[in-house]
Design a protein around this ligand. Structure first.
Ligand code: HEC
Length: 151
């Protein structure tokens, strides 16, 4: 009885170990060293060398505009009427990029030349409500610097 159990254990072990060994064999030397030497990053790398392509319009920018700007720029006021000050409608990417009656307010790649940055930094906008935080202004700057993509 013991001998049969023992043999069964060996067979089970062999069946679990062998596929793992053959998987390892299919990795190239480069893949193995990559796997062992480079830990997988758990969060985006930030700092002067960071790639700002990680800023997303849908995820990062639209919620800021929705909270602070929609009410006068494309959204509805408390009476349910749509308000689009100077025809600047920020409720869609296309509307934001189309700009206002005066022209574009976002210049892709050039945050310092983008009117929208000027307005929120100088405190002119939002005309009512809490000003944007430095973090919110920074993320809009980074999104514009990275090309103001519809991402
Ligand atoms: C309470 C209403 C209100 C809110 C909220 C508001 N705006 Fe405005 N916005 C205005 C009005 C009114 C004007 C036009 C008069 C002016 O320039 O002061 C304007 C003009 C602008 C202009 C200039 C357009 C042009 O052609 O001169 C920009 C850019 C702008 N807003 C951006 C924003 C941004 C960004 C936000 C959110 C952070 C925002 N606004 C929130 C009312 C608002």
């Amino acid at each position: 009885m013991m001998r049969i159990l023992g043999a069964g254990t060996v067979i089970t072990l062999a069946m679990t170990v062998v596929p793992q060994l053959s998987q390892t064999e299919t990795l190239s030397a480069a893949e193995r060293s990559h796997t062992t030497l480079l830990p997988r990053p758990t969060r985006p790398i930030v700092g002067p060398h960071a790639q700002d392509t990680t800023v997303s319009f849908a995820r990062d920018i639209a919620p800021i505009l929705e909270r602070s700007c929609y009410q006068c720029h494309g959204g509805e006021d408390e009476d349910g009427l749509q308000t689009v000050e100077l025809e600047l409608n920020m409720t869609t990417y296309e509307g934001l990029m189309a700009g206002s009656v005066d022209g574009t307010v976002v210049e892709p790649g050039k945050p310092d030349e983008s009117y929208i940055i000027d307005m929120v930094v100088n405190g002119d906008m939002p005309e009512e409500g809490e000003p944007l935080t430095p973090e919110e202004i920074d993320i809009i700057r980074r999104w514009i610097a990275a090309g103001a993509l519809n991402n």
